[in-house]
Structures are given as C-alpha cells and as structure tokens.
Design a protein around this ligand. Structure first.
Ligand code: HEC
Ligand code: HEC
Length: 310
C-alpha cells in the first residue's frame, strides 16, 4: 500500500485505498483554526470571570462576582418592579377611592382580596385564625354573625379603630345571685336552640330582664343594632370551654359552663385597672397608624368578602 505512491508531491500521508482514495495531510481551514483559538481564549476568560474551578474547599469565585442567587434576585426585583408598574393604577385607586366606590368595582375588589392574604396572615391570623375561621375566644370573621356589624364601613371601623366589648359581671347592676345566674344561663342555652319561650326557662327569662341583659343583647337575645354584644339566638359561641389559666375560680367543661362564666364574670371587667379573675378578655387592637390607610381598606374588603359581608 504505502510502498507505491503515484502522487508523491500532493502531500498525502501515503495511505491509499482502492487504488486512488488517499488521505491528505492538509492543515484545517483558517476559519476553523480561528474559531478554535477563539474558543480557547473564551475558556480562559470564562474561567477568570465566572466561578469555575473546584478546589478542596469551595471553588474559584471569578472576578465578575456572579452568583446564581444574585441572578435570581435581580430577576425577582425586575419582576417586582414590573408588577408595581402593572398594578400601580389599581394601587392608586385603592388609596384614593372611597370604599363605597371600590366595592362597586369588581375587578378592584378582587385585586384587594388577592393582595390581602399576606397582610392578613401577618397581622390578623394569630387571633382570628387562618381564613378568618376564628380561634377559641376570638370572633370568627368568615361568617355573617357580627358583633359590630358586617357593613363594609363597620368592618373598616372595627379594623381602623379597634373594638373592645364590655359586659358587666352579674348583670347590668352586678346584683344577680348565683342562683339567678344558673337560671339565666339555662335561659341563654334555651335561646340558642330557639326554645326561649319554653316554660321550663321562664325563671331565667325573668332574670334576663332583671339583669338588663336586653339593653345590650336585645329583648329576644338578638341585639337590635350591632353594639358589640353577641347574638344569643344562634349556636355560634365565641367563648367556648377553654381553660387557658385565666380563671382560677372555676373549670369549664361544657358550653353551659362557658356561658355561665361569661355571665358571672363579664367581659373585660376591671377592678383597680386590672382584669378580675375569670372575666373574659378580648380587645381588637386599632390598626390605624400601624398599617397604611390603603392596607386597612384592603383588609376591610378582604374580611367583607370572606363570606359574611353585608
Ligand atoms: C390580639 C388579637 C387580635 C388581632 C391581632 C386582631 N384582632 Fe380583630 N378582633 C379581636 C377581638 C378580641 C375582637 C372582638 C372584640 C370585641 O370583643 O368586641 C376582634 C374583632 C374584629 C372585628 C369585628 C368582628 C365583628 O364580629 O364585628 C373585625 C372585622 C376584626 N377583628 C378584624 C381584624 C383584622 C382585619 C385584623 C388584622 C389587621 C385583626 N382583626 C387583628 C382580636 C384581634
Ligand atoms: C353592657 C352590655 C351588656 C350587658 C348588659 C350584657 N352583655 Fe352579654 N355580652 C356583651 C358583650 C360586649 C359581650 C362580648 C362580645 C361577645 O358577645 O362575644 C357579651 C357576651 C355575652 C355572652 C357570650 C356569647 C358567646 O358567644 O360566647 C353571653 C352568653 C352573654 N353575653 C350573656 C349575657 C347575659 C345573660 C346578660 C345579662 C345577665 C348579659 N350578657 C348582659 C355585652 C353585654
């Protein structure tokens, strides 16, 4: 094969097959070599510029200071800026429009709800539970049973200014005896089952009048207008047997015990500036000044749309 080379001057390698197929020894084309060298230079540049070479403890960091986290943060900030610009219009409307107008704008309302979830989770869920489902001794926000009213303006006022429900211990004059408290407790339990007129609880009904419970809870157990007092004609109890250590004088086992405790010791009853033993404690903090006016509006809409808004 190599012994006989009929093309000695063309620069072939001497490998010849099938009589005339030769392997030539040409240099690669210039463009190819340039690309090859350029690629090589790129690798060196890359290795200097970016984190590249693994070491025993880590890797070379590169002069660009690039990290995956930084790149992520940059694109995240870009996205945030984009969102801010995209929703600037809605944010502006939330800030400037009165609530009544916002409530008429379905789009804006949905936007307020969607952007409230974090705000609610950070500031409200600890007391009112996730999604407004309530916690023992804190009112549920996701139903249509309102202490202070379910109109958007009432909800807004509850959040902005805070609310403190006050109920005296042992009736308005504080003069109900233990026996009368037992009787009126039976009456309240009957009321919650729609049996307020049952003759068996007639004595309790009389105590209800004597204790002037009706001044706050209404003549039939339902406040005439929202005033912070509970509707007693439903089965929604804010104060359930909880035994959280705030009451040394009694142990609550049943819902009746919980009702009795509320009637006997009241709600937020203070003596010399301190809450008395066993009184129910509960205050809704005011958020004006702590949250922006816009965020308070946003939350009012969110609570209103949880289900029970009127
Ligand atoms: C420290 C616990 C606590 C936190 C935090 C809290 N609340 Fe309240 N909230 C209460 C209590 C207690 C009441 C009931 C007050 C009363 O007894 O009248 C209440 C009442 C309300 C009411 C009135 C309910 C009704 O039935 O009329 C609304 C609305 C409300 N809260 C919304 C919010 C929102 C929104 C947030 C978050 C910004 C929030 N709350 C944070 C404890 C809290
Ligand atoms: C000055 C107004 C006022 C008077 C008078 C009053 N209450 Fe209340 N009552 C309230 C407030 C405020 C609350 C606390 C808010 C709530 O209901 O969650 C409350 C709570 C209750 C609860 C707890 C409801 C629940 O869901 O756990 C019961 C039961 C109750 N009252 C019964 C009575 C009875 C019986 C009397 C009369 C002996 C009476 N109240 C007198 C204002 C009043």
């Amino acid at each position: 094969m190599a012994g006989h080379n009929p093309w000695p001057n063309e620069g072939n390698t001497g490998h010849i097959w099938d009589e005339d197929i030769r392997e030539l020894d040409n240099p690669p084309p210039l463009w190819w070599m340039l690309a090859f060298y350029a690629g090589f230079i790129m690798i060196i540049f890359y290795a200097i510029y970016y984190p590249t070479i693994p070491l025993a403890n880590g890797f070379t960091k590169g002069i660009a200071g690039w990290t995956a986290i930084k790149e992520y943060e940059e694109s995240y900030n870009e996205l945030k800026a984009w969102r801010k610009q995209k929703f600037a219009d809605k944010e502006e409307k939330l800030a400037s429009l009165p609530l009544a107008d916002i409530m008429k704008d379905t789009d804006l309302k949905l936007y307020a709800v969607a952007t409230s979830k974090m705000l609610y989770g950070d500031n409200c869920a600890a007391c009112h539970g996730a999604g407004g489902m309530g916690n023992p001794n804190f009112p549920v926000l996701a139903d249509d049973d309102w202490l202070w009213g379910g109109h958007i303006n009432q909800i807004h006022a509850s959040i902005a200014n805070g609310r403190v429900g006050n109920m005296p211990a042992r009736g308005m004059m504080g003069n109900l005896s233990d026996e009368e408290i037992e009787q009126v407790t039976d009456y309240v339990m009957a009321l919650s089952q729609g049996k307020g007129n049952d003759p068996a609880v007639a004595a309790g009904k009389a105590v209800y009048a004597k204790g002037m419970c009706l001044a706050c809870h209404g003549p039939n157990g339902k406040p005439l207008a929202p005033n912070g007092a509970a509707n007693l004609t439903d089965q929604i109890w804010r104060f359930v047997p909880f035994n959280d250590g705030t009451c040394k004088s009694m142990v609550e086992k049943t819902q009746r015990d919980a009702v009795l405790r509320t009637i006997k010791y009241g709600v937020n009853v203070k003596k010399n500036g301190d809450l008395i033993d066993c009184t129910r404690e509960g205050a809704m903090p005011a958020w004006k000044g702590r949250l922006s006016d816009k965020d308070i509006k946003r939350l009012a809409i969110y609570v209103h749309e949880l289900g029970g808004g009127q």
